[in-house]
Design a protein around this ligand. Structure first.
Ligand code: NAP
Length: 401
């Protein structure tokens, strides 16, 4: 229920990563709340078919695709379909055009990897509030993004379900009263798998997440628990806490999305359905809470388990804590090395256990540095990727020898 006299104003969205899992969930929220949300711009990568359908359905002002060739294909298809008035652009500049378009009131940042970084940064500089799903850009450039958000008084509202839960739990206490942030982790599909079988894990097995349906990289990252590692760094940056204040608890039901422990001993938790539409709606509507059909059946809740994470089985967690302590280039390298390693694992060029090995080798080769511009971050990212590729080439030779 709204207070008498308060009116809903339409928020026009830029959806960066519109063809992905978070992007399509965001569009389903727009579909459900047409009086609240509209689509101003859409940015995608390579999926011309879905981008075409979305452009026809939502008639945005601008659509961006990853390359000029893909953008030409989309423009040609829109012309044949008689759809006019949509500007089709491409590349990093195209994504920036989407995120900074004058008609955009709110940006959903949901491109996978650092490809979304420049557009997210540009949106903050343009004063656009951000709903942040793209954790990799917070890991790689969190110091720059949060400083810019502070300077331009731009809210960054987390869409990642754990950080969204923390954001909700933090609304009841002061920053100085926070003792620990507890991020919950499902533990992925290999929580109980004997350690000696990790080397034989296949991409098909790793792509089967027990509780969430997500994009390929984040699904593999959940299986290796590097995803939780990225979230530790994301939490430090979003909530201005040290890495030692961020703890992980394995909670296989994925019902409690995260918790905040206060200095007086109270622990606040957020519970809801395992459905990303809820954190997306929260970010879009904040500080309001629109009524939704995303209800959770408390009666169906029989038990909640919480366990200590196993650092031996999941070395990515240790690597992430080490990177979080060092910050700067080490966080950039952690993310970049993982992205390259996940791709190599999906292409069967390295084993599942090769993912943490690659990251460890790249981190060891990374000099301590704190790039303070987006260009500097992207340069450090490229360097870490090069190192990761060399490490993998050597590892792959060993595997096939
Ligand atoms: N899915 C979840 O439940 C979830 C939860 C928490 C956080 N996140 C985070 O949200 C982000 C997106 O995850 P997702 O699961 O939605 O991934 P996804 O399904 O793989 O979607 C990724 C999106 O990024 C686009 N993209 C990739 N490269 C691009 C480029 N160079 N330029 C422009 N767009 C590009 C893709 O476009 P095409 O498909 O057209 O190539 C797609 O729209 C990630 O950072 C992830 O960690 C996701």
């Amino acid at each position: 229920m709204r207070k008498a006299g308060t009116e809903i104003t339409l928020k026009r969205l830029a959806i960066l990563g519109s063809t992905g899992s978070i992007g399509t969930s965001t569009l389903s929220i727009v579909e459900q709340f047409p009086e609240r949300y509209g689509v101003a711009t859409l940015a995608a990568g390579r999926n011309v078919d879905v981008a075409f359908e979305q452009a026809v359905r939502w008639r945005p002002r601008v659509v961006s695709l990853a390359t000029e060739e893909l953008a030409s294909q989309l423009a040609a298809r829109l012309k044949v379909a008689g759809v006019n008035g949509i500007e089709v652009v491409f590349g990093a500049a195209g994504t920036v055009a989407c995120s900074t378009h004058p008609e955009v009131d709110f940006v959903v940042s949901a491109i996978v990897g650092v490809a979304g970084l420049e557009a997210t940064h540009a949106a903050i500089l343009a004063g656009k509030p951000i709903g942040l799903a793209n954790k990799e850009c917070m890991v790689a450039a969190g110091e720059i993004l949060t400083a810019a958000a502070c300077e331009h008084k731009v809210p960054i509202l987390p869409i990642d379900s754990e950080h969204n839960a923390v954001h909700q739990c933090l609304r009841v206490g002061a920053h100085s009263e926070v003792k620990f942030i507890w991020l919950t982790a499902s533990g992925g599909p290999f929580r109980r798998l004997p350690l000696e079988q990790f080397a034989s894990i296949t991409p098909e097995q790793a792509l089967k997440h027990p509780t969430w349906v997500m994009g390929r990289r984040i699904t593999i990252d959940s299986a290796s628990m590097l995803n939780k590692g990225l979230e530790i760094i994301e939490a430090c940056r979003l909530f201005d806490v040290s890495a030692s204040q961020v703890r992980v608890t394995v909670h296989p039901q994925s019902t409690v999305h995260s918790l905040v422990e206060y200095v007086d001993g109270s622990i606040l938790a957020q519970i809801s359905v395992t459905d990303m539409r809820l954190p997306i709606l929260y970010a879009l509507a904040y500080p309001e809470r629109p009524s939704s059909n995303l209800t959770f059946d408390l009666a169906a809740l029989s038990h909640l388990d919480f366990e200590q994470p196993d650092f031996e089985r999941f070395p990515c967690l240790r690597l992430a804590y080490e990177a979080a302590e060092k910050g700067g280039a080490h966080c950039i390298a952690l993310n970049a090395a993982d992205e390259v390693a996940v791709e190599a694992f999906l292409d069967r060029r390295i084993l599942f256990t090769g993912i943490p090995r690659t990251i460890e080798a790249v981190l060891a080769a990374t000099p301590e540095a704190h790039p303070d511009t987006i260009a500097g971050v992207l340069a450090a990212d490229r360097e870490a990727r090069e190192t990761a590729r060399s490490v993998i080439a050597a590892a792959a030779l060993r595997v096939h020898a």
